[in-house]
Design a protein around this ligand. Structure first.
Ligand code: PLP
Length: 384
């Protein structure tokens, strides 16, 4: 066992009954400072992606934001580069404090990470085990499932509710009455659909003791009607909320995210990784949070492009799921994989296919130009 681990970490791992082999594997990774198998959106996209994407490809495959960081963030990042010789830990506290105050939380309820993938994976390691599964909606964001599988915890997939395509929280609880983590992505990736706050509260009230509800709010800023869960965090519920600067804030490649939870939950998640935040990410996040109307302005820009795309598809009788996010699912009416390849042959790279819906593909809402190219390629491919 790594000598630097404290007694809580040791006891926690042993209590959660990893096999000696699993334990040795994680311990080796931790001592070696190696990365755990952290899958994020680009890594997952690559599972279904053609290699050697051309430099001029239209990339609407990974739910990125083509606007990139706002000008204030870009300038702050530029200015901080010369201080790159410093860790500047104190500045990450500033991000936590600003985010906390905007969410009505004490700053001890916010931990900043280099993206939200890290706290997502770490929470799975912290709360799931062989006896405590990971539960998610299907189709849903797969990263947590992969972390669960890595530690030998089972991953339980529960179909979204037909028609509303929200999480079926009662079925999730029934499918795994003793889960370590119930994962709700709100809005959901890939459908962009919302799960009601009432359903999240129901799950919190009815789940077994010791399990956690994680609400991944990666896309919450983009949605005009999603209700945030920060107040449930403030009430010290068994909830972890994830936030990221990768989506609306356009900082996916800069890596900033946060976990919001009561301090003793954050303390359980934290020890599964080490390392400072890049100061460029801190500077960009800090600056982004200060810009008045940034969220509302970008939500409008992204929403207008999304609605235009939906109107266009509707006029052509194409079946799609109305989304409140920067991605949506559409029915390709043939193998989604073939449809993907056909679109790629026109240099338009759409998102992946979920095994549970093999004829549907995910499309990211890109820039106006991206969506014009999408419409062009779609016209050629869809009826072919
Ligand atoms: C639902 C969801 N959660 C988390 C992430 C991870 O994002 P990041 O690590 O860039 O914050 C993504 C990325 O696409 C996502 O779609």
């Amino acid at each position: 066992m790594p000598p630097e681990w404290n007694h809580l970490q040791r006891a926690d791992l042993l209590r959660r009954s990893f096999s000696r082999r699993d334990f040795g594997r994680i311990a080796t990774l931790v001592t070696a400072g190696a990365a755990l198998p952290f899958y994020n959106e680009p890594a997952l996209a690559q599972l279904s992606m053609v290699r050697n994407m051309p430099a001029d490809a239209i990339k609407i495959n990974a739910n990125e934001n083509p606007m990139g960081p706002c000008p204030e963030a870009a300038e702050a990042i530029h200015n901080i580069v010369k201080k790159g010789g410093r860790y500047m830990y104190e500045s990450s506290f500033e991000v936590a404090e600003t985010l906390a105050s905007q969410e009505g939380l004490k700053s001890s309820y916010v931990d900043i990470y280099a993206g939200s993938s890290a706290p997502l994976h770490q929470a799975v390691l912290a709360f799931c085990s062989k006896d405590r599964p990971f539960v998610k909606g299907d189709p849903g964001y797969e990263a947590g499932e992969r972390a669960a599988t890595f530690i030998g915890a089972s991953a339980v997939n529960v179909p979204l509710r037909k028609g509303t395509w929200d999480h079926d929280v009662k079925a999730m609880l029934a499918a795994a009455p003793n889960a370590g983590l119930y994962y709700i992505c709100n809005p959901n990736n890939p459908t962009g659909t919302l799960t009601s706050k009432a359903d999240i509260e129901w799950l919190l009230a009815n789940k077994p003791a010791g399990s956690i509800v994680m609400v991944d709010e990666a896309y919450i800023h983009i949605s005009p009607s999603a209700v945030r869960c920060s107040d449930l965090v403030a009430q010290d519920k068994d909830i972890v909320v994830l936030r990221t600067f990768s989506k609306l804030y356009g900082m996916a490649g800069l890596r900033a995210g946060a976990a919001l939870a009561r301090p003793n939950l954050l303390e359980k998640i934290k020890p599964y990784s080490a390392g400072a935040m890049p100061i460029t990410a801190i500077a960009g996040a800090n600056a982004s949070l200060q810009v008045k109307n940034l969220v509302a302005d970008r939500r409008k820009i992204m929403g207008d492009i999304r609605e235009d795309t939906f109107n266009w598809l509707t006029a052509r009788n194409v079946e799609f799921i109305p989304s409140e996010s920067n991605c949506f699912m559409l029915n390709a009416r043939r193998s989604g994989r073939d449809f993907y390849n056909a679109m790629a042959s026109h240099n338009v790279y759409i998102g992946r296919v979920w095994p549970v819906w093999p004829q549907w593909v995910r499309v990211t809402v890109g820039s106006k130009e991206d969506m014009a190219a999408f419409k062009d390629a779609f016209t050629k491919v869809y009826n072919a």
